[in-house]
Design a protein around this ligand. Sequence first.
Ligand code: AMP
Ligand code: MG
Length: 534
Amino acid sequence: MHTGNSLKIGQALCTPGFYPAIVASRIPTVLWRGPDVKTGMPASLSPSQALPGWRLEHSYARLPELFHKPWKLAPVRAPRLVMLNRPLARTLGLDPDVLEREENAAVFAGNKLPDGATPLAQAYAGHQFGNFTGLGDGRALLLGEQITPEGARYDIQLKGSGRTPFSRGGDGRAALGPMLREWIISEAMHALEIPTTRSLAVAATGEWVERKERLPGAVLTRVAASHVRVGTFQWAAAHEAPDALQALADYTLRRHYPDLAEAGNPALALLDAVLERQAELVAHWLHVGFIHGVMNTDNMTLSGETIDYGPCAFLDHYDPATTFSSIDRGKRYAFANQPGIAQWNLARLAEALLPVLHPEQTRALDAANAAIHAFPDRFKRHWLAGFRAKLGLFTEEADDEKLSQTLLDWMEKTRADYTNTFLALSAESALETAHSADPAFGEWHAQWRARRSRQPQTGAEVVRLMRTRNPAVIPRNHKVEQALSAATDHDDLAPMERLLAVLAQPYAPGSVPPPEFLEPAPPSDTPYQTFCGT
Ligand code: AMP
Ligand code: MG
């Protein structure tokens, strides 16, 4: 067995200590219902007949026992639905009118199982800031996989649902603010067309959780293509369980890459496919200025979805060294490090897969090495394709990377706002006239103009392409904080509702959101900080 790791069950670096649950006296009382899109779904039946539409299956539970532990709900004092994602509910084949009824708050708070649910905690390991640790769902329960009317399969997971056998010192709980934060950022990512887990509901628990201060507790219902992570494979490898590893590889291939099931070397095809999706994903993050913040191997999915919205945040001014996470003092997960870290994480996946890549270890190693070493080129291809679109370039020229990098260097030097610089360039008036008086920018602008003159597309076409990749809005850190503080300190969800409405349309042509959502945070003496495991 070649993993280079020995399994160490210990305290995670990104985990709070033990916090007893305390009853909360004040929690928000408003239910946010989300934008409602009427579909052809039949009107709800009378309360006694109404069923939400759960169609839960349990393919993951059929994997070897190594990967999961059946577990139970840990009821909370006073469940109350705070957020319900009605459009997402409909996509899942669930009736939002029924879900919104009082009795379903108990489902979303983890007091009552939805029809057909068989809760389990998933086992996995992970490299956290480079250190290998045994982890597992310490505060989450997989209820099952919802089969949508289209036949797609999505994990339905409660996060913050209480202690499990993997909780170690933690209380198994989550606070309302961070769960609402996950909602805002994950829904913004979805609107930015970046693969992501999503948020179906947030329920308040009526209990306090103790962090640095006492905070109202909540449970988030997370929806994911699956929760199979690099760390799930590391768990199998560290246990030296080749049959379990093979079963997991087969399962992941069937669930996420069914077309590759017949490949000559399915495990290698899986590794290649994951490398491709992650290269594209991380390139997408860089295109919109997203910093994940905690790219531990347990937070990297095999499906290629962004997962784990703890300390993530978006750049304001362009600085490739930006980190927001309070614990990332070595800047391991800084903005520009993300492609390199993705490759590092995927090398851990390749190591875990070695026993199923080839029966001869040297052949397995050669295949893994070749796949991992090809990652930078894969990433560059996606990064450059996105940058060409960001700059309105339809054709490919050898110097396009240099043109992109020169602009980024100028932005770094002048601390230009990342989102607003690209947005300003995406106006027809900006194609001919430089919007900065800085001669260095003027020089770059002249090169950009010359480059565009060598392609046949009109200005209108260029702008249209640019607006598909240059969002008008991102979740600005100060706007997110304002919305969260209104929700958690003043029971007021209106600012969050306004923010979500604006974030839902980042690429809408011709629509200009109110300036308050476009402006970077006002200068402050204290740099913005984010936290994980909260
Ligand atoms: P994360 O930082 O969210 O990726 O979490 C890392 C690990 O810590 C995972 O195994 C989580 O399940 C666990 N964890 C995070 N918060 C808690 C908590 N409050 N109680 C128990 N386990 C937790
Ligand atoms: Mg995690």
